[in-house]
Ligand binder design. Structure first.
Ligand code: UDP
Length: 244
């Protein structure tokens, strides 16, 4: 599998379908690992956080979530095959898991959200086994790990604590958690629960999902200033040939 470096973060140049196949193979073989879906904001953050960069690159799958990362790859003449939004990857993965009666644990979001998401997912995919749910607000990690493991083994654990908290959690606790594949998916449980709507297709298809989110959640404006800074840094790295 080709990996393409964007400011030192090594992205897998694969389609969403290939990513799902890869994840299913890991699940069938019981190969432990975690999936990250960094957007430009996280890649920009990883520039000045060596530990974050290291743990992103240690993931089984590094999927380009967001149009900023896809543009960056084009600027660097190292095109990625396509944007792979974490939430869409997970939706397809869950559909495949359901066909084989695979098990899923939902971890993250505010109390009650994961349960609602579980209900909706179970309705849509009757073959899916939901081992349990746990909200994402806890005093210490050990408490959350205990609750997750009490559900027994899960083929997949969705870890939805927001970035980069979820990436640090997955990397630190991979071996303690009784699950094969951990997937860091930000606000996806809120969407599966029907609490937050995803942007309409028009915005998604035209690379304008960020604009829709900004309209709905204006407090994101500060975080989003990372996008132009990120693209400028990518252009600079192309000119200088340096990754930083
Ligand atoms: N969250 C959580 N624990 C925390 C902080 C956040 O479970 O300590 C949840 C929050 O409720 C939301 C998700 O993590 O469901 C973050 O969503 P967001 O859309 O901000 O994710 P990102 O943009 O980072 O992918």
């Amino acid at each position: 599998m080709d990996r393409i470096s964007i400011l030192g973060v090594q992205f897998d140049a694969i389609t969403k379908t290939e990513a799902v196949q890869h994840a299913m193979a890991n699940i069938r073989q019981g190969r432990k690992g975690y999936v990250v879906t960094p957007n430009s904001e996280i890649v920009y953050m990883a520039r000045s956080d060596a530990q974050l960069k290291k743990l992103l690159n240690a993931a089984s799958l590094v999927l380009p979530d967001g149009i900023g990362v896809v543009h960056a790859a084009k600027i660097l003449n190292k095109p990625l095959k396509e944007k792979v939004a974490g939430i869409e990857f997970a939706a397809d993965l869950i559909a495949e898991m359901a066909k084989e009666g695979r098990s899923l644990f939902l971890f993250g979001a505010k109390p009650g959200v994961a349960e609602k998401a579980a209900e909706n997912l179970k309705k849509k995919h009757p073959g899916l086994v939901i081992t349990g749910c746990r909200d994402g607000y806890f005093k210490d990690d050990a408490e959350a790990i205990k609750d997750i493991n009490a559900a027994g083994h899960s083929d997949v654990i969705l870890v939805c604590l927001g970035a980069p908290k979820q990436e640090f959690f997955m990397h630190t606790h991979l071996n303690e958690l009784n699950g094969t594949l951990l997937c860091g998916l930000g606000g996806s449980l809120d969407v599966y629960a029907g609490i937050v709507e995803r942007a309409p297709d028009f915005y998604v298809d035209h690379g304008l999902e960020w604009f829709y989110r900004l309209k709905k959640e204006p407090w994101r404006a500060k975080r989003m200033t990372a996008l132009p800074k990120f693209l400028l840094t990518v252009m600079k790295s192309k000119i200088t040939g340096k990754e930083q």
